[in-house]
Design a protein around this ligand. Structure first.
Ligand code: ADP
Length: 269
């Protein structure tokens, strides 16, 4: 890759000295390119359900005397509207944690509450596929952070585990302490992720299979949100996966010590 420099030359006093300022522009260009791609992606992702909705509206109009068709088309309209809502919700969350708004002040958060709220939020989707959500591991642990963001992150992981698993399987949510970190692992018995895709999985809008992801109602933003939430809490998120047998996503957060002072949550770059 080329490195690009902006060079400015200015004469300095009357002694024939010149000041040369060279500024590395590579990072600035990269950030601009990422932003342009993001806007293009967002526009595309918004256009898809909107296009589908207006087409469906036209079709429904033409099928007014066929109640069965009306029922079918309005079901699909509802589905597209839901997709649009989750996309907008994800975009709001992303912009919140990407410095669009001040980050919430960290508080002591009960991990049990986070786990139970996330599991409750996913239970309808799980029962629709007969998937058992199993909670295991430590109880009574606390972390510094924002409860709502942590629930959103864990929900995204559990939602994915459900979406990319066959019916009648198990999703295990396990909490344990490893060295000075609390690990929340979400393990599924799903389709897994091809090795070549693993390193891109946390990128915004990256999907292993766009068609399949759309069919499951995904936005491609879920894991980007998880990563930003983890990093803003001084933690991280990793993935282990084997195609055909399942995946484990592990969210790691710093353990709260007795003498701890909260570190401010950091907006992600
Ligand atoms: P999406 O809304 O498409 O699910 P995410 O950012 O949450 O977007 O995930 C990105 C992609 O990673 C998904 O499209 C899917 O291909 C893959 N993925 C995420 N979680 C899992 C999982 N538990 N099992 C298999 N594939 C997964």
């Amino acid at each position: 890759d080329w490195t690009s420099f902006a060079v400015r030359v200015a004469p300095l006093g009357s002694h024939g000295l010149v000041l040369v300022l060279a500024e590395d522009q590579t990072e600035r260009h990269r950030v601009e390119a990422v932003r342009r791609d993001f806007v293009a992606n967002v526009s595309h992702e918004l256009k898809t359900p909107i296009g589908a909705l207006s087409l469906l509206a036209e079709t429904v109009e033409g099928a007014a005397d066929d109640p069965e068709a009306v029922r079918r088309f309005s079901g699909r309209m509802q589905y597209e509207a839901t997709r649009l809502t989750s996309l907008v919700q994800d975009l709001i969350t992303l912009s919140r944690i990407q410095g669009g708004e001040p980050m919430p002040t960290p508080r002591l958060v009960d991990l049990d509450t986070v786990v139970h709220e996330a599991v409750d939020g996913c239970s309808t989707r799980a029962s629709a596929k007969n998937i058992a959500l199993v909670i295991g591991g430590l109880t009574g642990e606390q972390v510094w952070g924002d409860e709502e963001l942590l629930v959103t992150a864990l929900r995204n992981l559990i939602d994915n585990a459900i979406a990319y698993s066959p019916d009648r399987t198990r999703v295990v949510i396990n909490v344990r302490e490893v060295q000075d970190r609390l690990e929340i692992a979400v393990t599924d018995q799903g389709i897994g992720i091809p090795e070549g895709a693993l390193e891109r999985i946390f990128e915004r809008f990256f999907r292993v299979d766009a068609a399949r992801s759309r069919a499951t109602g995904g936005t491609g933003l879920g894991l980007a949100i998880v990563k930003h939430v983890a990093v803003s809490h001084g933690g991280d998120v990793t993935v282990w996966s084997k195609e055909g047998s399942g995946s484990t996503f592990t969210l790691r957060l710093p353990v709260v010590g007795a003498a701890d002072v909260p570190t401010p949550l950091e907006a992600a770059k």
